[in-house]
Ligand binder design. Sequence first.
Ligand code: UDP
Length: 418
Amino acid sequence: MLPEVRLGRHCCAPSTNPDNYRPLVGDAMIDEIRTLAQDLAGVRVCQINATAAGGGVAELLGRQIPLLRALGIDAEWRLIHRNPAFFALTKSFHNALQGAALELTDTVRDLYLNRNRDCAAMLDDTYDVYIVHDPQPAALRAFAGDQRARWIWRCHIDSSTPNAQVWGFLKPYVEAYDATVFTLPEFCPPDLHGPRLVCIPPAIDPLSTKNMPLPDGLPQRVLADAGIDLHRPLLLQVSRFDPWKDPLGVIRVYQLVKAQCPEVQLALVGAMAGDDPEGWGILETINAEAAHDNDIYVFTNLTGVGNMEVNAFQHGADVIIQKSLKEGFGLVVSEALWKAKPLVAGRAGGIPMQFPDAYQHFLVDSVETCAARVLDLLENVTMRKQFGHAGQEKVRRDFLLPRLVRDELRFIRDLVAR
Ligand code: UDP
């Protein structure tokens, strides 16, 4: 059997009681979710991905599975078996689906297919619906014998302009699915035919320790404990250390801002994801840059920055940056806006859809524009507040967990009924 991720949260946790979301998303949404869950009683759902820790997919599944279970849905989360060579390879597939170059050799093909074949042989075939996330386990469906279940491939990547060779290799395996889910219609490679296509954006959990309201003074205590000067402005980016998140670009933005506003500080908070071997080299480069400047702070999940600390940093920052060059969705954007924080972000993938309409000019395409917009915000506290408020309302309306659960349950019900 593939290893199961057991989250340890019980149904008595406030965030696993669907009714606790009612004040945030309204009664109609929760009533519909409960009806959908009743319609799906007895249906067994298995979510499969590559890692239980780090990155948006692990974040999403960790919040979604307990809520589904509290709704009475028999949902489980399983991981594919993997090793460092396989993860180096699948990270390069991830980058290639975003358009990066990659030499696809026979050795690479064999490693990918053998690992997927072995994992398929370990699959329990008693589920009714399998939801397989991203390219790492995408070939599972082709190797699984089960013809009775429904199979969904959930792609979290902006794969609108994929590397042709890698997509050509993966495409037949994706076409073996009954359905595919992308965040936006334009992310679906234009030549993908066969599976049903549905678009469902991700969402954040407002009741999680990462997103819940914090008592007055707590964010400041956390920042002070990290050595940050509470009397000077703080810029923040929270992201995996990944070239597409452009952490070095963020440092350049900070340097340009500092030339105008010498008191500014920068915190880079970065998780090392279990399936992302690229992060270590990038962290080393960032640390080398930060070594020259006492106002740059670098923190990771390996040195005690967990969900609660991320929450405190997001609450305590003056301006949040998400300078992504490519981005599937960017949960961190909704996380920041949910805390009513102003944000300057790369005009990439799923980020613009999260911005309130009146603030789209804070989407940027260069280091220079990013620095200029950050300075605008630092100089105007009223604009920061108004932007933050508009962002929070946008997230409340479109990007909270019950909406995601509703969309997925609607879709699963439809698929199972066919
Ligand atoms: N994250 C975290 N600690 C960090 C960096 C990131 O907990 O040091 C979380 C972040 O809060 C978000 C997720 O990791 O919930 C990243 O998801 P996103 O969709 O923004 O990016 P991905 O890593 O999936 O590309």
